[in-house]
Design a protein around this ligand. Structure first.
Ligand code: NI
Length: 188
């Protein structure tokens, strides 16, 4: 596994439409392992393959990444001492995801993106979606998602179409966000 470089705006690759995965092979497994490691390192809760420069329809999401600063919790059962992290990783992998029936009801979340660092803005999206996707072995799954998971997967799926969360904002707000990013970069 390796941490890959996350590309940032205005890299033109972020506007690319990603291609469906057709080979469920070792190379795909390596890509997914690297994406998870890159996402946890950033840290972030979601990452699309194009964000590491690979134009394939692959997403990883974990809404509860381990807190690297958390103290391990010691617990004692069956006579042995174990050290457990207080929060558990829940990595999810979505290959060739599709949205089947977005709800008419919308919700608003404050979103951010590893490719648009330090910029946050409220985005309105369908509150619930049904998602169909394939796993690393090509097996098809379907699940109803709501709340943060629904928002997160829609944000990540936008990346597959070359769309960033700031593209959902008015032109004025988007330009303000990009100017702020430029200022932050100059200050760094
Ligand atoms: Ni993003």
């Amino acid at each position: 596994m390796a941490i890959r470089e996350i590309i940032e705006v205005p890299d033109p690759r972020l506007k690319q439409v990603s291609a469906p995965v057709t080979a469920f092979d070792a190379e795909l497994k390596t890509l997914v392992a690297d994406m998870l490691e890159t996402m946890y390192d950033a840290p972030g809760i979601g990452l699309a393959a194009i964000q590491v420069g690979v134009p394939l329809r692959v997403l990883v999401i974990d809404l509860q990444p381990e807190d690297p600063d958390a103290e391990p919790v010691a617990c004692d059962h069956d006579g042995h001492h174990h050290h457990h992290q207080p929060t558990k990783k829940d990595p999810r992998v979505f290959i060739n995801p599709e949205i089947l029936d977005p709800s008419e009801e919308h919700s608003i979340y404050q979103e951010g993106c590893l490719s648009v660092p330090d910029i946050y803005a409220e985005v309105e999206r369908p509150a619930a979606v049904r998602v169909r996707w394939q796993d690393l072995d090509g097996k098809v799954h379907e699940e109803a998602m709501e709340d943060l998971m629904a928002t997160c997967i829609q944000h990540e799926m936008d990346h597959l179409e070359g769309i960033l969360f700031i593209d959902h904002l008015s032109r004025l707000k988007r330009n303000m966000a990009l100017k702020k990013l430029e200022k932050l970069r100059k200050a760094a």
